[in-house]
Design a protein around this ligand. Structure first.
Ligand code: SGN
Ligand code: CA
Length: 538
């Protein structure tokens, strides 16, 4: 063999070696696609998670996600109501684009949702718990969803195999089935994307019997704005029907039986009522009633003996305590059950390659401004809890205060799973923030638009822009009112400064920015009107 030939053969051999080693290197460094466990509860206020504040309750299990990951202090929604929030999460689009403006109309299932993209990309996908769409989810290999709002006790579920009713407490049941899917049912050859969606702590707040008993004995600190008279706010706050004293229902919410109210010959103030107490109680079996009855009896006896002697302030205080006892009792079960799932991830070894997200479909009023419920752009309902754990990617125990939205979840999860997001999704992946690369984040304001009016709780239609310093809101439907809040000086949003001359320049500036956001996200007066017309026909 000539020298030249020998050299040539040697070179080929070297190239071969290098190619081989670079291939195997590539294989080794190709990231393993992470699993995603998306945990969402319904109406869980961030004020009731101890990672945010431990004034009301300790939630050690949910807190673990933040201790081992990241806590977002300015996470918010695009439209603070259940099914519209879920539609935004699944499509990565604002309400006016995905068309799910309220809880009433069914979701248009011809749209692409992120679970479909995961499924197509080889993920095993599932959805267990509350969806509230009026139709079944697409893009999931397995599902088990509550019809509509679902029930706390002995709930019915819609599954792939048909309908089934399961005896027990909803939060425990959804968790049992979630763990079973993770452990036994799924195809373990594939990464998974699991949506584990609690009904709790949605109204009418029935804790399990043990928590009902435990929490009924507790007393909770009142929010500073419990007795708000809405004096420096607009018409919308004054006309909303979500005040604890005048709109929270005796039976449905506070667990006063119709029998007690009859025996008392009625109660003041009168609150328009459905017989929600009986509706829930009639689902309980004998054994469950035995557990609930002693607590229900003691609440009712106290009420009968004391209610007529209370003044309005004391009535408000009593209703607030009853509300918190039941609401927080429900949350305590959510926390225990999240702990069970996190323990399962640890024991099974799944934790290290699983992104765990904890959030709620929106925030909630826990007596702030005298309210329960949500819907408004004001902070307690606009903001939502968000805690994310992603081992080796997120630095444990970090906090982030950027304005991220439920609109961003789809693109974030897709990027994490190395799946291309469709061009027409409207959010932004928050992965740079998760990795601590905050300088890559450019958004400084978000857009919000609420529609379900006329409707329950009578919160008027509005849209607005929110940045870290200000919130500008337009109520545009049957009133034409603007509100401006100085978020730094007035974090409780007690003073609308829209007409204050000191803020005139700010108003001008924010109006331009708001219009630019409407253009950016393709919202318009024409769409506002289209959705008003549509609701009238419903
Ligand atoms: C129910 C509740 C309302 C609540 C809506 C929407 N009333 O209708 O208080 O605002 O759900 O909630 S109740 O009498 O049925 O309890 S959402 O979370 O599904 O949007
Ligand atoms: Ca909700």
């Amino acid at each position: 063999m000539s020298l030249a030939k020998t050299n040539y053969a040697f070179t080929l051999f070297l190239i071969g070696l290098l190619t081989l080693s670079s291939c195997s290197k590539k294989e080794k460094t190709t990231p393993q696609r992470p699993n995603i466990l998306f945990i969402m509860s319904d109406d869980h206020a961030y004020q009731a998670i101890s990672a945010y504040s431990d004034k009301l309750i300790k939630t050690p299990n949910i807190d673990r996600i933040a201790n081992e990951g990241m806590l977002f202090t300015n996470a918010c929604v695009t439209n603070s109501i259940c099914a519209p929030s879920r539609a935004t999460i699944l499509t990565g689009k604002h309400t006016h684009i995905n068309g799910k403006i309220n809880n009433l109309m069914p979701f248009d299932t011809t749209q692409v949702t992120f679970p479909q993209l995961f499924q197509k990309a080889g993920y095993e996908t599932a959805m267990y718990g509350k969806l509230h769409f009026g139709n079944n989810p697409k893009g999931v290999d397995d599902f088990m969803i509550l019809p509509g709002q679902g029930n706390y006790l002995n709930p019915k579920f819609i599954t792939k195999e048909g309908d089934t009713t399961i005896t027990g407490y909803v939060t425990d049941i959804i968790t049992d089935f979630t763990i079973n899917w993770l452990d036994k049912k799924r195809n373990k050859e594939k990464p998974f994307m699991m949506m584990y969606l609690h009904k709790a702590p949605h109204r009418p707040w029935w804790p399990n019997p043990e928590k009902f008993k435990e929490f009924a004995k507790k007393t909770f600190p009142e929010p500073e704005t419990l007795f708000d008279d809405y004096s420096n706010r607009g018409t919308a706050a004054k006309t909303a029907e979500m005040n604890l004293l005048t709109h929270m229902k005796y039976g449905h919410d506070s667990k006063i039986s119709p029998k007690t109210i009859d025996e008392m010959g009625g109660v003041e103030p009168e609150v328009p009522s459905i017989n929600g107490f009986n509706r829930a109680y009639s689902r309980f079996n004998e054994e469950q009633r035995k557990l609930y009855d002693p607590v229900i009896d003691s609440i009712n006896t106290w009420f009968k003996n004391n209610w007529p002697t209370l003044n309005d302030k004391e009535k408000m205080q009593w209703k607030y305590q009853r509300y918190m006892q039941d609401y927080l009792g429900c949350i305590s079960s959510v926390d225990d059950n999240v702990g069970r799932v996190l323990d399962y991830l640890d024991e099974s070894g799944l934790a290290k390659n699983t992104i765990v997200v904890y959030t709620s479909d929106q925030g909630f009023y826990l007596g702030e401004h005298g309210w329960f419920d949500k819907r408004f752009i004001y902070d307690e309902s606009f903001k939502t809890p968000l805690l994310i754990r992603w081992p080796n990617q997120i630095k444990p125990g970090t906090t982030n205060d950027e304005m991220v939205q439920n609109l961003d979840f789809a693109q974030t999860f897709l990027e994490a799973a190395l799946i291309d997001a469709p061009e027409d999704m409207q959010g932004e992946s928050i992965i740079p923030l998760l990795k601590g690369e905050n300088e890559k984040w450019t958004r400084d304001a978000v857009y919000y638009h609420y529609y379900e009016y006329p409707g329950e709780h009578t919160v008027k239609r509005h849209y607005g822009i929110v940045n870290k310093e200000y919130k500008l809101v337009h109520f545009y439907h049957d009133i034409n009112e603007w509100e401006l809040y100085d978020r730094l000086k007035d974090p409780q949003e007690m003073n609308n400064v829209y007409n204050n001359p000191d803020y005139a320049d700010k108003v001008k500036e924010l109006k331009i920015e708001l219009e630019a956001l409407r253009v950016k996200y393709k919202d318009s007066k024409a769409l506002d009107q289209k959705y008003i017309n549509m609701s009238v026909k419903e």
